[in-house]
Design a protein around this ligand. Structure first.
Ligand code: SF4
Length: 429
């Protein structure tokens, strides 16, 4: 029986991928108060159930995907999920978050979170609705990118509008590339520390949560509405971070990361930098809003590049994506920058790491710290958009030199050694 604690749907779903078994798990009020929200329960599960020396890809590792007491309420953006696991990049405990609808729909379906353990022998996806869940064979969705998985499943289940939310890993996650994330619907990513690789190691390709009719009971609904309104008024002018590259460049503060952080001076024409501005981008490319649960802000819109080599749909990139695929790799064509942001999300890769890895390789080639002999014939120079596309695909498929790059820039640069090892940008645990 689900617990009747206000602010909670009342149960977690435990998914044993080794056994193909699903069970409900109920936490008492003291536990839920002590380990607050998806991150709190995820940390408890990790520390109690995963031995310190377990590898991230060991079936004993857990992935907790959780909402929290505000999930699916009037609070803007309360469809967020927190994913807690032992990460593939550092081997340490990790909590990463993605916005969107999934956390809200999970709660409407009767669950506060999902605890995934074990490892399946064949690929599966999970469907959650109306207080129940089912594991299904994933043969039909293998190899699809993170946009395609959601679109395919929504079509297969005849989902109208936004009445289901899909969380998935891309081809890179299937191939256990270390720096892969978990993606929700179009481009919401919980992508740090290899959360996607961990789901891949369990052979769980996707989870679809329907917008069921359940709704967690709120202790003070009117009070919460007032707080939600005040929170909205505090941030109502927020207009995304997509234009920060342009404003930082024009302010001349020197904070822009350029050419693998080797300089902060970006040589770009006035016309090209204008195209990185918020107003220009929204007027020219924005086609529709796809906001997170309950959010009224002008953010998370879909952009369409109508024609040319980079034509397609891409979810509104953030500053980090615009920087990674702009100044960090010296690409001055904003359409290429947006296309690369979308491609990275689709393949299921983490954008910061992708920029650091690509910029590092470009700097190494420029300075002669790496040779084509070391990369199996692959070469890439500043601003080479086709080369970046090829690099991302090589990594996702673990093809050729992509096998080493799939380990991330820290490990790849240490393997290459020499001056190349000193040029890599990464964060340490
Ligand atoms: S739409 Fe943007 S601002 Fe609103 S909750 Fe989602 S990420 Fe946050």
């Amino acid at each position: 029986m689900p617990s009747k604690i206000k602010g909670y749907a009342g149960k977690f779903l435990r998914v044993d991928m080794s056994e193909g078994k699903l069970s409900d798990e109920v936490f008492d009020e003291a536990t839920l108060r002590k380990y607050l929200g998806g991150t709190g329960i995820g940390a408890k599960i990790l520390y109690e159930e995963v031995p310190p020396d377990a590898d991230w890809s060991d079936p004993v590792n857990r992935v907790t995907i959780g909402s929290g007491p505000l999930g699916g309420t009037a609070v803007g953006g309360s469809g967020t999920i927190s994913i807690v696991t032992k990460g593939a990049m550092t081997g340490g405990s990790t909590s990463v978050q993605a916005n969107g609808l999934f956390g809200a729909y999970l709660r409407f379906s009767g669950y506060d979170g999902i605890i995934v353990q074990g490892a399946s022998e064949s690929w599966k996806y999970l469907v959650i609705r109306d207080g129940g869940a089912e594991l299904k064979d994933a043969d039909d969705i293998m190899g699809l990118d993170t946009y395609e998985v959601g679109d395919y499943l929504r079509k297969s289940y005849d989902v109208r509008g936004r009445s289901a939310s899909v969380l998935s890993i891309g081809p890179a996650g299937e191939n256990l590339v270390r720096w892969t994330g978990v993606f929700v619907d179009h481009g919401h990513s919980a992508s740090h520390n290899g959360s996607g690789a961990v789901l891949g190691s369990k052979k769980l390709k996707a989870i679809m949560a329907f917008r069921s009719s359940g709704s967690p009971e709120i202790a003070d609904p009117e009070g919460l509405k007032e707080v939600a309104q005040r929170m909205y008024e505090d941030v109502e002018y927020f207009n995304g971070t997509i234009g920060l590259v342009e404003s930082m460049k024009k302010q001349g503060s020197g904070a822009l990361p350029v050419k693998n952080y080797s300089t902060n001076v970006w040589e770009i024409s006035d016309e090209d930098i204008d195209a990185f501005g918020t107003s220009y981008l929204r007027e020219k490319y924005q086609v529709e809003r796809e906001p997170c649960w309950g959010c009224r802000l002008l953010h998370c819109t879909m952009f369409r590049i109508e024609e040319g080599s980079y034509a397609g749909i891409v979810e509104e990139p953030e500053y980090e994506q615009m920087a990674a695929w702009g100044p960090v790799v010296d690409v001055d064509d904003v359409e290429a920058t947006m296309m690369l942001s979308g491609l990275t999300d689709r393949l299921g890769l983490e954008n910061n790491e992708a920029g650091w890895l690509t910029g590092w390789l470009m700097e190494c080639f420029e300075k002669g710290w790496i040779t084509k002999e070391q990369t199996g014939g692959f070469e890439i120079r500043w601003g080479d958009v086709d080369g970046i596309v090829e690099l991302l695909k090589m990594v996702s498929e673990r093809r050729g030199f992509g096998e080493l790059l799939a380990e991330g820039v820290k490990r790849a640069s240490e393997e290459i050694g020499g001056e190349a090892a000193n040029a890599a940008i990464y964060t340490m645990k």
